[in-house]
Write a protein that binds this ligand. Sequence first.
Ligand code: WT7
Length: 663
Amino acid sequence: MSGNESDTIEARLGEQEYYRPPPAFVGQANVSDPAVYERFEDFPEGFEEYARLLDWDEHWETVFDGSDPPFYEWFGGGRLNASYNCVDRHLDSYGDKTALLWEGEPGGTRRIAYQDLYRMVNEFAAVLRDVGVTKDDIVTLHLPMVPELPVAMLACSRIGAPHSEVFAGFTAPALADRLADADSRYLVTIDGYYRRGEFLDHKRKADAALEDDTVDIDTVLVFTREDELHPDTDLEDGRDVLVADRLADHHGERIDPVSRAANDILFLMYTSGTTGKPKGAQHGTGGYLSYVAGTAKYLFDIHPTDTYWCFADIGWITGHSYIVYGPLAVGATSVMFEGAPDHPHRGRVWEIAERYDVDIFHTSPTAVRMFMKWGEKHLQPYDFDFKHLTTVGEPIQPEVWRWYYEHVGKESAVIIDTWWQTETGGVVISNLPALADMKPGSVGQPMPGISPAILGGDGEEIEPGMGTAGYLVLSRPWPGMLQTLYEDDERYISEYWETFSETDSDDWHDWVYKAGDSAVLAADGYYRVLGRLDDVMNVAGHRLGSMELESAIVEVPQVAESAVAPRDHPEKGQVADAYVVLKEDAESSEEIREAVVNAVSEEIGKFARPENVEFVTVLPYTRSGKIMRRLLTEISNDRELSDTTTLEDPSVPEEIRQQVESH
Ligand code: WT7
């Protein structure tokens, strides 16, 4: 739905009961004084509280510069290094303490103390320098959940080279797009990794991606999952460098952290938007790191004594902010694991939680629904004890929340739901755990200093308690926010700002960030986020753009056109339904259905595969030639059809519905 279509939907959601945060939690919480909210209302100075959690080489001169909206600068004049803040500065007090606790799939644990991490980051930084990486070169990482991934991120940040990690589940074409967009000349990958007992050949994806003409890579650095390079992995002379060989040349080497200006780029994270081309969300150094350190401490309540486990993949923003940068900036022990939660058995997560005495556990509603489906019997054998639980990524249904509270939290852990996005860098709506009552199914109140609102399509604010959903917007900048889309300022403005901002104003107050979600604000000030309002889906916690799937599908020779729509799914949250129109001489068949599914697996990754393929003869086009995916969403979800008057042919959706039903 776009800004000029009808955009408020009635949201009659049952109100839920409140749960008090357990007193034992409140007693030990990092933040238990509500005055925090007042302090952060002092904009922008309130946010200095987060920046003061870091060590700066040079103190900032201005907290916030909004003179060129929406291109904001935070902590201008300040200088710092992210790897120094996440590693070096902890050595004196916590050198022996575990920084990363990694659990490999075939078994095998690696406990990496802060001083080990220091050594690994320095040595790999030396290797990066050795192959020619210099300040401001964007290094693309295509690494799975192995300790080398955070090491590579921190080594890049040490020498001032922004990283761009591409989720390991992405296949060669998706990797190639991201390499090309970032103009990356260096790629870091690994021979393979384990999942469900199988060794996956990962390096071949890099080889295939590099065949693409748009990619211009000088050097591929190849880590090995085991001590030796996997026998099936080939190295290309002159291009591929075995990291282990180079590390031997740099044993014990120390690389001084490069002091970065606060607004120098720390990393890019590609995410899906409404067109086929992925967007490179660009995050700066000082603002981003301050925000994730602050939220790690205030919201996730991480103390240096805690063992914290964010059960996500570092290949997405959640892992960047809350497995790597946030927890390490505050000196925690951060757990990471390789493989799948049901291999070798369905109790693996709880077994790990017990073994390492995990205090804080962070996951997605999709994972909770899966645990719930597997049943309590898989939790019962293990003696785990959490003080704090989180969910992120999609709405959580109240009954799923209650199961999490009862069976995972054992009614003694606090639970927060956290709303944010790749673009926001860190959590922007969530209850501070000791300060607000929990309400199942709601994300809760804005974080300190954050100022959201719900707007109707006319830009008017919808008051709390109206029961009407609208566009979720953020009306005041915050330090974690993206700086722009990499080399695409125009798209940055059109995707996030244009709809509700006065774009000719140079007063930042006239600029409003549109998140792309619909939400409803209850009378108690709690937000409930309903889902995307644009052509972006949320499949099992992964953001996918309809257009990306569609461009993969139309590569199937028999396919003329295609449109993808999200269908609600009891476990995965949403799945993708692909509506496919075949060329005149083609006939629908099981082979074509498979080809459609495979095209998505191969072009994007298995995680994006459509669940259903519907062969239809028409798609719903508007008079201006746009596909109205919202009508397909309604068909997929058996909902009543909404307004069809802007369609070229208003009878089309009914026709599609009949075709779908007749199959
Ligand atoms: C989109 C952002 C930010 C980490 C993971 C996803 C949805 C996120 C919630 C929540 C309901 C949520 C939104 C948002 N979303 N958190 N707590 N409740 N929906 O990052 O891939 O950038 O996706 O995820 O639709 O826009 P992402």
